[in-house]
Design a protein around this ligand. Structure first.
Ligand code: ZN
Length: 148
């Protein structure tokens, strides 16, 4: 178990140090801003949706390792998914990081690395910030998202 935990930490640190899809997206048609005042995490998410499918997703911002890695892994895992499947992924992810369920009904893939977050309730907001922001972007919500 501790080996697994080390591996999880490695993935999170890797995505924190070298965030994927960390750039603006000029042809994005959905965009939202998220803020987690508890930790100071801030991000802007850009999404390009066509015919209900997320064709591309990028983000910019500053935040802790968990929030940055979560946004990085999220943008990787939602590309090519329908808006509906992305929402399902968020529900599964949310269940796992809050400890409501230990095994998600959807296949989380790499997002499983955040399962350890449930032991640190204050970090749950860091881990879910990008996802709340995604939901706002897809809903074409113009108000910034705050976790508080
Ligand atoms: Zn944070």
């Amino acid at each position: 178990m501790s080996d697994l935990r080390d591996l999880y930490q490695e993935v999170i640190l890797d995505h924190y140090r070298r965030p994927r899809n960390f750039c603006p997206l000029p042809d994005a048609n959905c965009k939202a801003e998220g803020f987690n005042p508890l930790c100071g995490d801030r991000l802007t998410l850009y999404v390009k949706v066509k015919d209900g499918v997320i064709e591309d997703a990028t983000f910019e911002g500053t935040g802790c390792a968990i929030s940055t890695a979560s946004a990085s892994l999220m943008t990787e895992s939602i590309k090519g998914k329908t808006e509906r499947d992305a929402e399902k992924l968020f529900e599964g992810f949310h269940d796992v990081v809050t400890g409501h369920s230990t095994t998600a009904e959807v296949d989380l893939g790499k997002l499983e690395v955040f399962a350890g977050v449930r032991e640190f309730p204050v970090r749950v907001k860091c881990a879910t910030l990008a996802w709340h922001t995604l939901r706002a972007a897809l809903a074409r919500q113009t108000q910034p998202v705050s976790t508080e």
